[in-house]
Design a protein around this ligand. Structure first.
Ligand code: ACM
Ligand code: ZN
Length: 548
């Protein structure tokens, strides 16, 4: 930690200690129900009551106008307030939104908020900062609305900024698919908790979900499966429901989602899986396999041996697909998967073996590395960067790849030690397809046991990294694999309230994290979930009695 950061954290510590002592002395608990916890909060004695109308002043700045309009539309749905635009800073009950200073003062995503009896000020150096300031205000308004509709806000001053650059939530739409309206509702949740990346897992063995104009069979055939496994995948004999299942997102729908996310300061990272988890593509175009066969889109969960062959034509196919993907997604990062690709077929394939010989590779792991490096070169040449699951370290990491560490933290550690960026998503803390409470009473899940407290306890920087190496840890993300989540309501249940805990892991400086405080604030957020019609687990504090 550099001296500046240390001093800053030391000062923050003092402020928090003072607040803590003050609250102990007075016996009253400051009620600032913001998640993730801001870095500095000072509470005054006054308050601001909002009723009737709220004047918004944004000094006619066009980019602030967009944020102000977004906030007004959001707030109009929940509060009985008449929103009025004004150019006069000094009007009573005014929400003033303005730029101030530069990034060295507030950070790329930081903001300040002042609430007193005269009104509210939200200021920042950037659009993102203003946006996050207004999310904090929205949470305060939602948790301080009284029965008669009047909102009474405590006098306070907040100085806030993000701990990690990358704060992500993933969603698998391959195993089960969710309507565009839900994808937007999910993105709204990301915005509420200041996440800035939505990792959209779009292709799977069980379904290809993104329209690709050049290869229409990917969705004509690959987006639909004949039927789906009933019950847990670990239990044989397999039983199927006999019902066809499928669907996909059109390019227009994808553009709509990307735009919706951008308005909420969220980047959408598409994932196109390769070389494994590609059975739906092989069912559409069997020639993509080492040994073409009568493939079916998968009907059950697991890992399948048929994967993309490393034949030359397949690079053309994947580059064509990625060209359309790049056209839809402005994201700097494109996720190319790379996980769980069995090498059985490559071992039996003349073309793959000839590639190993020609390239002087040691084995099939190095062949996977060759495959990923070719894809990386193509994407780099087009100005993009790849993210891959940690298996892409095997056989040698592609020169500019970012690693998403999921099989524990070793992959992220290895990447950082090789001066590669990493995003930490270890199963132990970040897999929201695990049970969050006693499995006896929970809907069927894949397994595991990842409680709210466990998520909250996570520190994405491993102890074993030096200060310099830890700079390669970009942040963290929760993964939401949907084998056992058939409905949008079930997805909501699995992510809430755990994503609130993760938001604090990736936004709040560790020195400002406090489980007891979080417990009290999250209970207030249950009311937000009810107001905004999100399903959630209302019993996340069950004691962990045994490892499940
Ligand atoms: C993964 O969970 N297979 C990345
Ligand atoms: Zn092959």
């Amino acid at each position: 930690m550099n001296t500046f950061l240390f001093m800053r954290k030391f000062t923050l510590g003092l402020v928090l200690l003072t607040l803590f002592l003050f609250s102990c002395q007075s016996g009253s608990k400051p009620e600032v129900n913001i998640i993730p916890q801001p870095q500095e909060i000072e509470i005054g004695n006054g308050s601001l009551a909002l009723s009737g109308s709220l004047t918004i002043n944004y000094r006619d700045d066009q980019s602030i106008k967009e944020i102000a309009d977004y906030f007004t539309n959001l707030a109009k749905e929940q509060f009985d307030l008449n929103f009025v635009k004004s150019d006069d800073d000094f009007t009573a009950n005014t929400l003033n939104i303005f730029y101030l200073g530069d990034k060295s003062m507030y950070g790329e995503e930081g903001y300040n908020m002042i609430i007193n009896d005269k009104g509210i000020k939200v200021f920042a150096a950037t659009d993102k900062g203003l946006f996050y300031g207004l999310q904090s205000l929205y949470q305060l308004m939602l948790t301080h609305k009284s029965e008669n509709g009047i909102i009474v806000l405590t006098e306070l001053e907040i100085k806030d900024d993000a701990m990690f650059k990358y704060r992500g939530m993933h969603l698998d739409v391959g195993r089960h698919m969710f309507p565009v309206e839900f994808i937007k509702k999910y993105i709204d949740l990301l915005a509420l908790y200041k996440f800035n990346n939505f990792h959209w897992h779009l292709t799977e063995d069980q379904g290809w979900r993104i329209e690709i104009k050049k290869y229409p069979k990917l969705t004509e055939i690959g987006a639909f499966r004949k039927e789906t496994l009933v019950g847990h995948g670990g239990k044989t004999p397999y039983e199927y429901d006999g019902k066809p299942y499928g669907g996909y997102y059109t390019q227009d729908e994808i553009r709509e989602v990307v735009k919706y996310a951008a308005e909420r300061k969220i980047n959408v990272i598409p994932e196109i899986e390769m070389p494994g988890h590609s059975l739906a593509a092989l069912a559409s175009y069997p020639e993509l396999a080492c040994k073409p066969d009568n493939f079916e889109v998968a009907k059950r969960w697991g890992v399948f041996k048929d994967i993309y062959c490393t034949k030359e034509e397949n690079f053309k196919f994947l580059e064509d697909v990625l060209t359309e993907v790049m056209d839809l997604f402005p994201s700097k990062y494109i996720h190319i998967g790379g996980d769980e690709a069995p090498k059985d077929r490559w071992k039996e394939c003349d073309v793959c073996q000839a590639n190993i010989l020609r390239e002087g590779l040691k084995d099939e792991h190095e062949l996977q590395s060759y495959f990923i490096q070719r894809i990386e070169r193509f994407l780099n040449d087009n100005g993009r960067q790849i993210i891959g699951w940690d298996e892409i370290l095997e056989g040698g990491i592609a020169p500019n790849a970012t690693i998403m560490s999921w099989r524990g933290t070793d992959g992220g550690i290895a990447a950082a030690k090789q001066s590669h960026f990493a995003i930490m998503t270890p199963g132990s803390h970040c897999y929201f397809d695990h049970y969050q409470a006693d499995p006896e009473n929970e809907p069927l899940a894949i397994g595991g046991y990842t409680t709210l407290e466990k998520v909250y306890s996570y520190n994405p920087i491993p102890d074993t990294l030096s200060r310099k190496e830890s700079r390669y840890i970009l942040g963290t993300q929760a993964n939401v694999w949907t084998e056992y989540m058939e409905t949008s309501k079930h997805v909501e249940y699995m992510v809430l309230p755990r994503m609130a805990a993760l938001s604090e892991v990736c936004w709040t400086y560790p020195i400002n994290k406090n489980w007891d405080s979080f417990k009290s604030r999250i209970t207030e957020h249950f009311n937000i979930y009810q107001t905004l019609d999100y399903n959630y687990c209302d019993h996340p504090f069950e004691i962990e009695t045994e490892e499940k």
